[in-house]
Design a protein around this ligand. Structure first.
Ligand code: KIV
Length: 300
């Protein structure tokens, strides 16, 4: 298990696949949050998130698209690398975007590998059930941990006729249950269950040995995942029923930026406190040595 010194003293123990497995056995809930950059990753990691998902939801909340479909594997790797730099404890999962794993098991394996070798992730997630089982088996066979994802599949938004709750009829519930079993049997070490009725999620949780992580699936799962922009209140135009906002960052950020704009216009920022102070200038020496600048601006 990797450990790194925190503030030069306390070691931070990285969450691993065995840690997550043991959490399910002990009945300890798993907290998973999406992250897309280093600063948010650091903040959510310090908050105690067990897993950080570099979700393709970044297509919607970061890129402003109306679905996750346009997100590319290169964009995902870029964000994953940033998240990996920010997080010291959480298990980092890279989300395989649309068309990065459906063409063949070989394509899936190559792209899953990129998440670990280039993106610094510890595992990957991919959407699909029975149809994705062989792909999962192939990725797991080389030692890459896989998180499955069944129920509402955002990459199948057009086939589902929108972002709709799945498994409402008996027949559809049986399909979702079969998907969950197929993913677990293929070797996934955890399973995201999205947008299904709570009783179906409870049945999946009880029948599978691997941890289930719910989103819009009720309280019976072994863990929960939310998009960080949703839980922090950064999505002013979206209020899905399954989201609880734990902060109002958008409103706070807008008000803070407005105060800054007002202060600039009024000439009340910067004050002396934010200036470096005048210096007595002498003639420049003729011979200078250059040194590399640190950070992105002077500090004194
Ligand atoms: O992309 C994502 O953020 C996800 C979660 C909603 C599970 O897949």
């Amino acid at each position: 298990m990797a450990s790194e010194p925190k503030n030069g003293s306390e070691p931070v123990r990285r969450v691993t696949v065995p840690t997550l497995r043991a959490m399910k056995m002990r009945g300890e809930r798993i907290a998973m949050i999406t992250a897309y950059d280093a600063t948010f990753a650091q903040m959510l990691d310090e908050a105690g998130a067990d897993m950080l998902l570099v979700g393709d939801s970044l297509g919607m909340v970061v890129q402003g698209q109306d679905s996750t479909l346009p997100v590319t594997i290169d964009e995902m790797i870029y964000h994953c690398r940033a998240v990996a730099r920010g997080a010291k404890r959480a298990f980092i999962v890279g989300d395989m975007p649309f068309m990065s794993f459906q063409l063949s098991a070989e394509q899936a394996l190559r792209n899953a590998g990129r998440f670990l070798s280039e993106g610094g992730a510890h595992g990957v997630k991919l959407e699909g059930g029975v149809d994705a089982a062989d792909t999962i088996r192939r990725i797991v066979s080389v030692g890459i941990p896989v998180v499955g994802h069944v129920g509402l599949l955002p990459q199948s938004v057009h086939a589902m006729g929108g972002f709709r709750v799945q498994g409402k009829t008996l027949e559809d519930a049986q399909r979702v249950l079969a998907d969950a079993h197929a993913v677990a049997d293929a070797g996934a070490f955890a399973l995201v269950v999205e947008g299904i009725p709570p009783d179906l999620a409870a049945r999946i949780q009880a029948e599978l040995e691997i941890p289930t992580i719910g989103i819009g699936a009720g309280a019976a799962c072994d863990g929960q995942v939310l998009v960080c922009y949703d839980l922090l209140g950064l999505t002013p135009n979206l209020r899905p029923k399954f989201v609880k906002r734990y902060a109002e960052f958008y409103a706070q950020g807008r008000d803070a930026a407005r105060n800054y704009c007002d202060a600039v216009r009024a000439g009340t920022f910067p004050t002396e406190e934010h200036a470096f102070g005048n210096v007595e200038r002498r003639e420049e020496p003729t011979c200078t040595t250059t040194s590399a600048p640190s950070g992105y601006g002077p500090t004194h």
